[in-house]
Structure formats: C-alpha cells, structure tokens
Design a protein around this ligand. Structure first.
Ligand code: F6P
Length: 488
C-alpha cells in the first residue's frame, strides 16, 4: 500500500494517506463475471484526471462506491493510489442515491425544475451512508492529512469526519449549483446540511453566486456569523469557534487532452466520416448531455422543430445530432424525460424527415472521448441549453477540441460556464423559445471571420485554466492557512 512508504502516521498511530478524496463514485467500473469474480476497469472521468497527479505526488487514497449493489471489495492499488470501496445495499442505493441525492437534493439544488420529494426514510439512509463514508475516510487519512470531500451526495461527511478526526484538514467541493435560501429552506433537514458542510475548513463552489447563496443560508438558518467569505461558527454556549471559508473555484477539464485528441489524424478522419455518414450537411448541429431534465433537451428540440416548421432551415442542408447518455434510469423523473424526448424526436423526424435525411439523429448511448472529440470537431454549432447547470463541461470540451477555430457555441445563461465564458458564446435563455430559435438560426449562418474571432476568445479563456490548475488552486487555499487559524 502506498501509505506504507509514507512517513505519515494516522490518528491511531498507524500509517495513513496524506490526501484522501471522498466521492460518491470510485474512478473505476466494477463488473462481476459469470463465475462471481469481481473485476474492475478504470473509468477516466474529469475528477480523476484532475486529481491523479496530486494523488500520486501526495500519497493518495480515494474512498467511493463501486456503483453496484452489495459489492464488498477490499481496498486495492490502482495507478499509484489506494481505492477504498464503500459497500451500499440495494435498499441504500434506492434511498440514499436514487432517493435523497437524486430525487430530493438534485431537483432542489437545480431551482426545483422538477419537484423535489421529501422522505424521512431517504434522509435516514443518506445520514447512515454519509457516516460510512466518513468512517472509511477517517480510517485512511494520515495524522494531520488532507481530506477532500466531493459533491451533494456527501454533504454531512465534513462534520462527521471532523468529529472522528479533529486533526484533519477538510475541504468540500460542491459540483452542482447551491440554491437561493428561499428554495433551500424547503428542505426539512436544511440545518443538518449546513452544519454538515461547516465541518470543512474550506467549502468550494462553481460560481461566486453559489457561495453567496450558501453564506445567506448560513446567516438565515443558523446562529453562525459571516464576514465576507468567512463563517465563524458559534459553539453550543454561543462562543466563537472555528472559521470556515466559502469561495468559488470554477472547475475545468483536461484541456490539453481534448486539444491533442482533436489534432490526432484518427479523430480528424473520424470527424470527416461522421459528416459523410450524415449526408454531408451544410450545417451539423450537436447536443451532448446526460439524459437529465436540467439540460433543457426538451426545450432545445422543441425550438429545433419549430425552426424546421417555420422553414428557416431544412433537413437537406441541416441536421441535429443529439447524444443523450443514459443516466439515473430508476428515478421516475428521468424515465418521464426519456419518454418525452423520444416522442418529440419521433414526431419531428416523422414530420420533417426525408429518405436519407433525418431531422434529428438521436443517440441514447455513452461514447469514449475519441468519438466525442470527433463529434465536436464535426459540429458547426454546439447547443448547450441547460435550464440550470453547475458548470457544464461539454461546453469546455467543445472549445478545447476546436483548435481549428471553427464552430459556434450556443450556451445557456443558466450554466456556470456562461459566467466564465461570456461574451464568446451566443448566450440563450432556454425558456424563451422564440429567442432561442433566433440565436440557433444566427449560429447556423454566422460568418467564418466572426466564428474564428469568437472561438479564439473562448479558447484563450478555456485553455488557460485546466482541471489540474483547479485542483491545485483548491488544495492550495485549503492547505495555505495554518490549521490553528481555522479556530478564532
Ligand atoms: O454533476 C454532478 C454529478 O454527480 C457528476 O459528478 C457526475 O458525473 C454526474 O453527476 C452523474 O452522476 P451519477 O451518474 O453518479 O448520478
């Protein structure tokens, strides 16, 4: 185990890891063979790419769920880090993951686009599972080590972990939006969530607006005081206790990886092939999303259908490719969304499609990054029309892939990316169907010079801030302040 090479000693005197990441999922996919043997493969997501270099350097461990029910697996080494699986039963997956995380917190934090469901049994499961994650992290961290907890599924972990291991430096990063207090206060367990997060020394958000929403909730819903970005917690006797910082750290992607991928001859050839397979349209539009109701897929397809209906584009010259990767398929709102989108796509294709020319190419699959880069390179217009989105990394991937300075990004105002990237993209309000139609048509007809000018500006911003810089910035702030200064 990597920790055995380390000089660090855990709270109980045993050796431990200097950096422990705690996230709902491990960065590997598990599979169980016919013989019952458990196997795993790396699943290179954004977070693991960001953290891999720091994890290797810092002697790191990653605590997370395997993604399958009742799968118990010993901690194991992979690519220079220790992976520590947390076991969840089928019932816990239903109540903690599908229920409280994705049918309560997810819709609430995305401005109640879908109605959140509040069930006490779901919160009980969330609390129990968070405790399990906290215990697993506490068992791995070296004395005085750093633990970085990720995302809305694990908001109680910072406080639970601090109770178990007061010696640790604890950071939390929220990958999704943090809602306004007027919405957040619907949550029956709002105080527990705020107190859970305040167990951290640093709470990071995607946008300044999310950090402000959190600080307002702290002021409105607890007795703790805030000054600028600092919360001073009050103990049970009303005495000032620890100091917690809340600030924005907008996440990025591995920009260089996408840039290089899109420059490779194989990906360039595949991009050409995609256009040929589509019948060489003048304009190829592209949407790439998890099939999630926050992504505004229904709004986008409705607008597209109306543009066809109005005769402003036609299927001989223009086509839309919509990749909708399967997601959270046991949650009712996701099942409804899939039905709605598929009915809408079917109706538009039936009405406007011609032999050899589909209006919309709908793909309910996930693809490897090479295929994604080819799709990005092939697409003249990228449509990102989320109703609410913490950041939206697809927008950044598209920009990173467009080393040729081609392509137009249509981007929803309601994404974290819009805060960072404006004025390069064509901004849209996806609720304003007429406004969005005009912007989509303008994107399809944009002159080459204007496209290049905008893409150059976008690339200047995106290529400068990659995800490794993001993780270094967060960990830099988390570890900069001497630990005693987190106490007043
Ligand atoms: O954006 C939040 C997030 O949890 C990401 O970290 C993750 O990639 C995505 O949603 C999908 O989540 P999951 O399939 O784990 O529910």
């Amino acid at each position: 185990m990597a920790g055995q090479d380390s000089a660090s000693t855990g709270a109980d005197g045993s050796e431990g890891y200097d950096l422990v990441v705690v996230a709902n999922r491990l960065p590997v996919d598990f599979s169980v063979g016919d013989d019952g043997e458990v196997d795993w493969q790396r699943s290179p997501g954004g977070l693991v790419t960001a953290l891999e270099p720091v994890m290797r350097e810092a002697d790191g461990a990653w605590v997370g769920w395997s993604g399958a029910p009742d799968l118990a697996h010993e901690p194991f080494e992979a690519d220079g880090m220790l992976l520590v699986p947390v076991t969840l039963s089928a019932g816990e997956i239903e109540r903690y993951y599908e229920g409280f995380s994705n049918d309560t917190l997810w819709p609430l934090y995305h401005d109640v686009i879908a109605p959140p469901t509040y069930h006490r049994q779901w919160f009980d499961a969330y609390r129990k599972v968070n405790q399990r994650f906290a215990e697993a992290a506490a068992a791995q961290a070296a004395h005085g080590g750093v633990v970085w907890v990720h995302d809305y599924q694990l908001q109680l972990v910072p406080k639970m972990l601090r109770e178990l291991r007061p010696d640790l430096r604890i950071g939390f990063f929220d990958h999704i939006p943090f809602p306004a207090v007027e919405l957040f206060q619907q949550l029956p367990w709002r105080k527990q969530i705020i107190e859970g997060l305040l167990g951290a020394d640093l709470v990071g958000f995607q946008r300044g607006g999310d950090a402000s929403n959190f600080l307002r909730s702290v002021r409105r819903l607890t007795g703790h005081t805030t000054r600028g970005s600092i919360v001073t917690t009050l103990d049970e006797h009303g005495r000032p206790g620890r100091r917690v910082r809340a600030a924005a750290f907008p996440i990025s992607i591995d920009t260089n990886y996408f840039d290089q991928l899109a420059r490779s001859p194989e990906v360039q050839a595949r991009a050409k092939e995609i256009r040929t397979d589509l019948g060489d349209p003048d304009v190829m539009m592209l949407g790439v999303d998890r099939l999630d109701y926050t992504k505004g897929i229904r709004h986008r397809i409705k607008a597209y259908g109306e543009i066809l209906q109005d005769g402003r584009i036609d299927v001989e010259h223009t086509t839309l490719v919509q990749v909708a990767s399967p997601s959270r398929e046991n949650v009712g709102a996701y099942q409804e969304l899939r039905d709605d989108v598929e009915v809408l796509v079917g109706r538009i294709n039936g009405e406007f499609g011609e032999l050899g020319h589909s209006a919309i190419h709908y793909l309910h699959h996930s693809y490897p990054p090479e295929e994604m880069a080819a799709l990005y390179l092939a697409a003249d217009v990228m449509l990102v029309t989320s109703l609410r989105d913490g950041m939206n990394l697809v927008a950044k991937e598209y920009i990173a892939a467009r080393h040729d300075l081609g392509g137009v990004l249509v981007l929803s105002e309601f994404t974290g990316a819009a805060d960072e990237l404006a004025p390069g993209p064509l901004l849209v309000n996806p609720h304003d169907i007429d406004g969005m139609k005009d912007i989509i048509v303008a994107a399809a007809h944009m002159e080459e010079r204007e496209k290049r000018r905008r893409m150059r500006n976008l690339r200047r911003k995106v290529m400068a801030d990659d995800v490794a810089k993001w993780s270094k910035a967060f960990l830099g702030v988390l570890t900069a302040v001497p630990s005693r200064s987190s106490h007043v």
